[in-house]
Write a protein that binds this ligand. Structure first.
Ligand SMILES: NC(=O)c1ccc[n+]([C@@H]2O[C@H](COP(=O)([O-])OP(=O)(O)OC[C@H]3O[C@@H](n4cnc5c(N)ncnc54)[C@H](O)[C@@H]3O)[C@@H](O)[C@H]2O)c1
Ligand SMILES: O=C(O)CC[C@@H](O)C(=O)O
Length: 389
């Protein structure tokens, strides 16, 4: 009989799932799963049963997961920062090329003449219709300098582009990795005004939704190319259609086609292939499974998007009690009170908070009764209690 169960809502690379020991079994019923692994499947409308302790998004974007609801149910949500960034960066470079040289048009045209007698001659005669531009010397603006934005900016710069980057919240780690040749600008306005190509690498949030719209496009250069390898809702599709028609936008490259953009003239639509490489899928799966195992077996939180990171070290014996709770005053006093009332000595205690939520790990040398977990659960503001032994 296995100790833990996990469910996968999307296919997850075997190299990751193989890291689960025989203590784990896979289940298709999330009502009995301790942990859930997901890629792009939407969990927004899903009922989240009480048994779930953790959800790992094998990828970066978490807009398919109800983060607040999970936090208030005591469910820790992880993602895998950077694990698919190289895969996306490479497709962004392909996107720059696809938008600059009429590669798709040319390839499709060759198929229309493939049965003709002298294909080579027709090719030489007809190819001028597909002539393009080079990216060297052109200006690229990268909005969002996280794992992908930094790699894309540096790579485009190495290909001879003049690259502008904008990220008011850039992390120290990403700032370190950004080439000194990238021109860092404080406002997106500078990118709209200066750049021939604009690539979006921000998460989909309330303040980034439809950031590319009639107003922002009006600030752009005529014939600008927009690349969207982040999320479709970052762009207002109606405004984009108008801008493509008028020539304001020369091409819109999107990794997120929808009913509106899939057949839109001027759109180069790719079926969400950014992270669809063997390497990215493996990296994401391995990172996601390791994070789930660390949390389930040791109560360690790393790379959570709704709870604080918290590492009390490997659980080696005795009892470890983990408590997901609201970040409100007086919680620790109440927790320690439950143990002291039973004359139990706390060997180690770690508490971390992030926004409205907090997480506490309490190590005890011996065992504890079930009653302890029930008393902790009864404290107002406690969302989930787990006892590892
Ligand atoms: N096409 C794909 O298959 C694919 C794969 C991975 C990620 N993505 C998308 O790309 C996004 C970025 O991925 P990542 O791995 O680089 O994430 P990341 O978290 O490393 O980087 C996101 C960056 O955006 C910045 N940011 C947030 N709000 C901003 C704003 N208003 N203006 C400017 N910068 C802002 C953050 O400071 C951060 O540095 C993801 O959220 C996801 O939606 C798509
Ligand atoms: O899982 C995928 O294929 C896509 C992942 C990507 O959109 C992400 O946000 O990481």
């Amino acid at each position: 009989m296995s100790k833990y169960k996990y469910s996968c809502l999307n296919p997850i690379a075997q190299v990751g799932l193989g890291l689960f020991s025989e203590e784990y079994t896979k289940t298709d019923d999330i009502k009995e799963a301790d942990a859930v692994l997901v890629r792009s499947a939407s969990m927004l409308e899903m009922e989240l049963p009480e048994n779930i302790s953790a959800i790992a998004r094998a990828g970066a974007g978490v807009n398919n997961i109800p983060l607040d609801k999970c936090a208030s149910d005591g469910i820790v949500v992880f993602n895998t920062p950077g694990a698919n960034a190289n895969g996306v960066k490479e497709l962004v470079i392909a996107g720059l090329m696809l938008a600059s040289r009429n590669i798709v048009g040319g390839i499709n045209w060759v198929q229309t003449i493939k049965e003709e007698k002298d294909v080579a001659k027709l090719v030489e005669k007809g190819k001028s219709k597909f002539a393009g531009k080079e990216i060297q010397g052109k200006k690229l603006g990268v909005i969002g300098l996280g794992a992908i934005g930094v790699l894309a900016a540096n790579a485009a710069n190495r290909l001879g582009m003049e690259v502008y980057g904008c990220d008011p919240y850039i992390s120290v780690e990403h700032a370190w990795n950004l080439s000194r040749d990238i021109i860092s600008v404080k406002s997106k306005e500078d990118i709209y005004k200066e750049c021939d190509y604009i690539s979006l690498h921000v998460p989909l949030l309330e303040d980034t939704k439809k950031m590319i719209n009639k107003e922002t496009l009006s600030k752009c250069k005529d014939g600008v190319v927009i690349l969207n390898f982040a999320r479709d809702l970052l762009v207002n599709d109606e405004d984009m259609e108008e801008a493509l028609k008028s020539g304001k936008v020369a091409a819109y490259v999107t990794d997120f086609p929808n009913e509106k953009t899939a057949g839109m003239k001027g759109v180069i639509a790719i079926p969400h292939l950014g992270a669809s490489t063997e390497e990215s899928e493996d990296n994401c799966a391995v990172m996601a499974v390791k994070q789930i195992k660390d949390y389930i077996e040791h109560g360690i939180i790393k790379n959570s998007v709704n709870y604080p990171d918290c590492d009390a070290g490997t659980f080696t014996g005795g009892t470890r009690v983990t408590i997901n709770h609201k970040n409100i005053p007086n919680m620790l006093t109440q927790f320690t009170g439950v143990f002291s009332a039973e004359n139990i000595n706390i060997a180690n205690l770690l508490n971390k908070s992030k926004g409205d939520y907090a997480y506490t790990v309490i190590d005890i040398e011996g065992g504890v009764s079930n009653g302890i977990a029930d008393k902790l659960k009864a404290i107002n503001g406690v969302l989930k209690v787990r006892t590892l032994s």
